[in-house]
Design a protein around this ligand. Structure first.
Ligand SMILES: Cc1cc2nc3c(=O)[nH]c(=O)nc-3n(C[C@H](O)[C@H](O)[C@H](O)COP(=O)(O)OP(=O)(O)OC[C@H]3O[C@@H](n4cnc5c(N)ncnc54)[C@H](O)[C@@H]3O)c2cc1C
Length: 470
């Protein structure tokens, strides 16, 4: 491998010396993810300004056998964006490639560069009266390139699908340094293998996304947002069926939260308040959207009334102002970030068939509390998609590190239950480095062989995000 001086000089000649960061303080924010699960090392963090510069950096690294790790907003939850210590890798960051190139409200498309934050993409669409519906609690920091690379899900999948469903075209630098211009605005194009589909969800192992054409939707004129308190997860499913059948618009969000999750948010997130008068075992944040606000409200109220009569709902509140809507959303959005303030948290991002969610939560909660008495399950998330973040907080007073020692054993227990229900051990966060060694046990062998063959064909030297996914 080339020495550091040759590496830095070579990359500096391509992007400018100030865009090749080597000082520890400059690299530090790129080498730690927010939960502190992954701490990495990089010989440099490089910030090209265009696809052409990115391609030149990739070609230089390939020529000199230098591993590369693409990075967007560094909010990924499986460590795919962090080069492990000793890897000798450089980080190729999309931070400077963040232009919104075009919003076309007639074709309902927009063209954006990979480093634009999701929030900036949403705002640019909204400024033209359109909706880009992808929505995650990390949207202020995560980038659209990272969303595409991880096929991110979030809170609007129920109505609009995962990122995969929202991308029409891509531009990417492939592992050999060539630029693939696939920035198609077409909604129909059957001309062979689906390279766009291949790069979406590849977590930077098959190339670096540099720009994308995204699908836009009508901006709903009105939304009805409510929080319900419920006795059980079964009751939440019954309520969801009522909304699907009776909402005056589209049911866009149906998020499950346990009482313990609400308590953790109230404890650690300043300015949050109890959403209902009394405490309930389970909560749902639901949102419908459409053209007629009064009709949405009336339908929500009628659904709640029927659910009260059927004994499915204990209490509920419909947001009557945008401040109240934001307060309801804050409870859900803060739920990921506050858990670390309760000490260690062992994570599972799993999906099972929607109807099996109650059985899954009951079985997994029983299994982990039998395994480690006192641990505190916090299952929450996208009930409408059967995607539960089955997180487990440490017993009160236990040492964090002593708790986290149980990560693999607890994963094995929970993933065993997921397998029995034909579920997935990574519903939306990806495989990255965290779950790579799980993949052979859960992926169909023929599918895994094809994945390895594709990786070998596109990246024979294994330099593009080595050690992630496969
Ligand atoms: C509070 C919080 C809430 C979250 N909620 C959700 C949620 O609801 N749903 C969900 O799906 N995820 C969620 N996430 C996870 C995370 O935000 C997503 O995975 C996001 O898509 C990552 O984007 P990023 O720009 O931060 O990517 P990074 O973290 O920088 O990278 C993630 C992966 O993508 C690769 N990558 C990044 N950019 C590119 C590129 N341009 N080309 C090729 N590869 C690239 C990296 O190498 C890495 O493997 C959450 C995270 C946090 C912190």
């Amino acid at each position: 491998m080339i020495d550091d001086r040759t590496l830095i000089d070579g990359l500096s000649a391509l992007v400018g010396p100030s865009r090749v960061m080597t000082a520890e303080a400059d690299k530090a924010p790129h080498l730690r993810e927010w939960r502190d699960l992954f701490k990495g090392e990089a010989r440099a963090v490089v910030k090209p300004a265009s696809a052409a510069e990115m391609a030149a950096c990739v070609r230089f690294c390939v020529e000199h056998g230098v591993p590369m790790v693409p990075q967007g907003g560094n909010t990924g939850l499986v460590g795919g964006q962090i080069p492990p210590p000793g890897s000798g890798a450089v980080i190729l960051s999309t931070a400077r490639m963040n232009a919104i190139r075009e919003v076309d409200p007639v074709s309902d498309t927009m063209v954006v560069e990979a480093g634009a934050t999701l929030a900036a993409v949403q705002a640019a669409a909204e400024a033209q009266g359109r909706l880009f519906p992808l929505s995650l609690a990390s949207e202020g920091s995560c980038t659209i390139g990272g969303n595409i690379a991880t096929n991110a899900g979030g809170t609007a999948v129920l109505a609009y699908g995962n990122t995969r469903e929202l991308v029409l075209g891509l531009e990417a630098v492939l592992p050999d340094g060539s630029i693939w211009n696939g920035l198609s605005r077409l909604r129909k194009d059957n001309t062979g293998y689906d390279l766009r589909g291949l790069l979406i969800g590849a977590e930077g192992t098959l190339g670096i996304v540099t720009a994308a054409v995204l699908k836009l939707f009508p901006l709903p004129a009105a939304r009805s947002t409510l929080i319900c308190g419920l006795e059980s997860v079964e009751a939440a499913l019954a309520l969801m069926a009522r909304f699907k059948a009776g909402a005056a618009g589209t049911l866009t969000t149906f998020e499950l939260m346990p009482r313990f999750g609400i308590e953790v948010v109230l404890r650690h997130s300043p300015g949050t308040r109890e959403p209902l008068e009394g405490a309930c075992p389970w909560y749902v944040l639901a949102e419908t959207s459409g053209g007629d606000g009064a009709a949405l409200e009336a339908a929500s109220a009628a659904i709640l009334e029927a659910a009260f009569e059927a004994g499915e709902v204990i209490d509920a509140a419909i947001a009557t102002s945008s401040a109240q809507r934001q307060a309801f959303w804050r409870l859900r959005e803060a739920m990921s970030e506050v858990q670390r303030l309760e000490g260690g948290s062992i994570k599972h991002d799993v999906s099972v068939p929607v109807a099996d969610v109650p059985r899954f939560i009951a079985a997994a909660s029983a299994a982990v509390t039998a395994f480690l008495p006192g641990c505190r399950p916090l299952p929450f998330g996208h009930l409408g998609d059967g995607n539960i973040h089955f997180n487990v907080s440490q017993p009160v007073g236990m040492d964090r590190e002593a708790f986290l020692v149980h990560w693999n054993a607890m994963n094995t227990l929970v993933h065993g239950i997921v397998a029995d229900m034909s579920g997935s051990v990574s519903a939306e966060h990806g495989i990255g480095r965290l779950k790579r060694d799980l993949l052979p046990a859960v992926k169909d062998p023929a599918a895994l062989a094809v994945m390895r063959a594709i990786k070998q064909a596109l990246d024979p030297q294994g330099l593009m995000n080595p050690g992630a996914v496969v």
